[in-house]
Design a protein around this ligand. Structure first.
Ligand SMILES: Nc1ncnc2c1ncn2[C@@H]1O[C@H](COP(=O)(O)OP(=O)(O)OP(=O)(O)O)[C@@H](O)[C@H]1O
Ligand SMILES: [Mg+2]
Length: 512
């Protein structure tokens, strides 16, 4: 009998170049069978690239890959799939107008009598899988109608449906609520107890502590170390990853807010299926104030943002800035009146992936005299502006102005959006999940940029599923549940547990 291999995956001295840029420089990774192994590194460190090499999407320039002790040439994802490797990507790859079941079946269709698609059998299998692992989804919902968190469950189910033994999760928790994260950790434990192996990429140190046994750290394409998670603190992990000490909690002074700048009165918004998602919601934001909206994904956040930015029509109510009504006008009018937005879905709303970074940095003001005139773009001015933003926001690599946005790492793409949205000092910045997928160093940077924006007398409406972020950054916190603001607190008046309870639909409190 063959001896049991201790390692499910061994990657030895992997090199990967993009032109002359060395994205992976002799990286090693050894993953014990049946373990949960975290891969930690800053934005752009090379985590996704390393996993793309393991999954056969990229070919390493040199190095060896062993799966269960056997050397494998990962020519393409089919080879990876043959070796029962599955990958849930950082940016999902689902077909928007297909249902959950149709997406899961795609590429592995079951058929009746060899040719008719047997959807009902596949549906049954999907329902069973989702029950077994606690991954609740509506099998008949269309992808375009479900939240990002739900879409991720579909991706995981899709991998499980294919019978994977080694599951790669690229930042699975960046889009999940605290409750969903706990559920995912349980799901991962169930999977490893059943002998499966999981490699998880995450920036969230708390989660690494909670979920993983081992952690490999890479920095700027280089292997740093592999540690036994129980022997290190979050602070130590952060320092190893960034190469310097990091403030895990952003420093900020108390604010003295001025007059109300932005207000929403009795707002009601329906989704495309005519279901009310925002219900008679009222709130206000003052000058020099950060108001945070805490809530679990799916409680009306998406519809609220779409209404404020005029991407959708409101059913009733008012949205105004400095007394000017905005509801049911146009996105352009919203920007003109001083509101810019960081959207939740950076690929759908935030970036034109096939445009260079420098054009992405001026998407909303490309027709300014300094950037364009007589129907031509002033390339030099645009390039200089881009170069400034790149260095101010530490967007990497630093010579990326003419690169396509698609080539940047997820975190660096987000920095491009933030740089653009803050470039004109908007009166109100609407920040929806502004640090989704960012590393601790970048989060520290973005949070201080938000606070700087506040300190210069501007306002921020922060909508985030990260309770930590809401607690750290906001001056005032509103809790959103089922389309309504169910409670309101000044910073420091309530702790995480109190808010967590209200977010989950606990006892309703009146505003203070
Ligand atoms: N297809 C590509 N072409 C050119 N450069 C690339 C390509 N893919 C990745 N890179 C570069 O390689 C580096 C590593 O990127 P990668 O996506 O692996 O980072 P990451 O660690 O996953 O970061 P994040 O946490 O932001 O997702 C980055 O500098 C990125 O710009
Ligand atoms: Mg990545």
């Amino acid at each position: 009998m063959q001896s049991q291999q201790a390692y499910a995956v061994e990657m030895q001295s992997i090199y990967k170049y993009f032109d002359d840029f060395c994205a992976l420089n002799a990286v090693n990774l050894k993953v014990k069978k049946g373990s949960i192994h975290a891969l930690l590194g800053e934005n752009g460190a090379g985590k996704t690239t390393l996993m793309n090499v393991l999954y056969g999407l990229y070919k390493a320039d040199s190095g060896r890959i062993l799966i269960n002790g056997e050397q494998v040439e990962m020519k393409n994802p089919n080879v990876a799939i043959e070796h029962k490797i599955g990958m849930v990507h950082q940016h999902f790859k689902l077909v928007e107008n297909f249902t959950v079941v149709q997406n899961i079946m795609l590429g592995k269709e079951v058929s009746k009598a060899g040719f008719v698609l047997d959807i009902s059998r596949a549906r049954k299998q999907v329902v069973e899988l989702s029950k077994t692992y606690g991954l609740t989804v509506d099998p008949d919902a269309k992808i375009e109608d479900i939240s990002v968190g739900m879409q991720q469950r579909v991706e995981i189910l899709k991998a499980l449906y294919r019978g994977v033994e080694i599951l790669i999760l690229d930042e699975p928790t960046a889009v999940l609520t605290p409750q969903e994260i706990n559920e995912l950790v349980n799901i991962m434990r169930n999977l490893t107890e059943g002998g499966k192996t999981i490699i998880i990429i995450t920036h969230k140190l708390k989660e690494i502590k909670k979920s993983s046994e081992y952690c490999t750290i890479i920095r700027r394409g280089k292997y740093i170390d592999t540690v036994d998670v129980k022997n290190v603190t979050e602070q130590q992990l952060a320092s190893m990853m960034v190469g310097r000490e990091v403030n895990l909690v952003v420093a900020k002074t108390k604010t003295n807010p001025g007059d109300v700048v932005f207000r929403i009165d009795n707002l009601t918004v329906e989704d495309s299926r005519k279901i009310e998602r925002v219900k008679e919601l009222s709130l206000s934001v003052r000058k020099g104030e950060i108001v945070g909206i805490a809530g679990i994904d799916g409680n009306g956040q998406k519809e609220l943002v779409e209404a404020i930015t005029c991407l959708t029509k409101v059913k009733a109510g008012r949205i105004s800035i400095n007394g000017v009504d905005l509801q049911n006008t146009s996105p352009h009018n919203v920007i003109k009146n001083g509101i810019t937005t960081i959207h939740e879905d950076r690929h759908k709303r935030g970036l034109v992936l096939d445009f260079p970074v420098k054009y992405n940095l001026i998407l909303e003001n490309y027709n300014r005299p300094r950037f364009a005139g007589h129907a031509i773009l002033h390339e030099q001015a645009i390039h200089k502006f881009a170069q400034d933003s790149i260095s101010r926001y530490d967007i990497r690599p630093e010579n990326c102005a003419s690169e396509l946005a698609r080539a940047l790492s997820g975190g660096n793409q987000q920095k491009v959006i933030i740089a653009r949205e803050l470039s004109d000092n908007p009166e109100l910045l609407l920040a929806f999940q502004p640090t989704r997928g960012l590393d601790v160093g970048a989060i520290e940077f973005i949070h201080s940029a938000l606070i700087k924006h506040r300190d210069s007398g501007h306002s921020i409406l922060l909508i985030s599923f990260e309770l930590d972020e809401i607690m750290n950054v906001s001056d005032r916190i509103c809790v959103l549940y089922d389309g309504r603001i169910v409670a309101e607190f000044q910073q420091g008046e309530v702790d995480e547990n109190g808010i967590g309870l209200l977010m989950a639909g606990g006892e309703r409190k009146n505003g203070i």
